[in-house]
Design a protein around this ligand. Structure first.
Ligand code: S3P
Length: 160
């Protein structure tokens, strides 16, 4: 069964996954390969609904593998995805305070998040607030990641 990391943008899902297993699968990278363009371009040309459809398809494909999977922060928006994740024994929610994530995302010039660019800070916080119960619903474990290094977080997850 797959081990799946979920959590809001900037929570460190990919950085932690890389430390746990260098053969981890980054769901956003799989999607970028499928769509043949950066996610931000796809949001602009095809819209978020089209992105969510491909994201759901990709999740279903990957959950059948035995890999460690790092997901995109919006994977929990779909009720079907949440159910699939909840049925998975090891779905781990990397939980962090909004301000921690906001500062990190603002500084991350290598990974452009369309929802960050398209929204005011207040609207972005509303998305964060809306999603917190969705991550909890999907997760089998929750790990608080504020003020922890990726190495410390990886160690906690390895012990689960
Ligand atoms: C999204 C998060 C992103 C990416 C896309 C949408 C979201 O992934 O899938 O921009 O809706 O939260 P990260 O969580 O890796 O930034």
């Amino acid at each position: 069964m797959a081990k799946v990391l979920i959590g809001f943008m900037g929570a460190g899902k990919s950085s932690v996954a890389r430390l746990l297993d260098e053969d981890f699968i980054d769901m956003d990278e799989v999607i970028v390969d499928k769509i043949g363009m950066p996610i931000s371009d796809f949001f602009e040309s095809e819209g978020e609904v089209a992105f969510r459809r491909i994201e759901s398809e990709t999740l279903q494909e990957l959950l059948t593998s035995d890999h460690l999977i790092s997901t995109g922060g919006g994977v929990v928006v779909s009720p079907e995805n949440r159910q699939l994740l909840a049925e998975n024994d090891q779905t781990i929610f990397l939980k962090a305070e909004f301000e921690t994530l906001y500062d990190r995302i603002a500084q991350d010039k290598d990974n452009v998040r369309p929802l960050f660019n398209q929204n005011t800070k207040e609207a972005f916080k509303a998305i964060y607030d809306e999603r917190q119960p969705l991550y909890k619903e999907a997760a089998s474990h929750t790990v608080s990641v504020d003020h922890k290094s990726p190495e410390e977080i990886a160690e906690m997850i390895a012990c689960l």
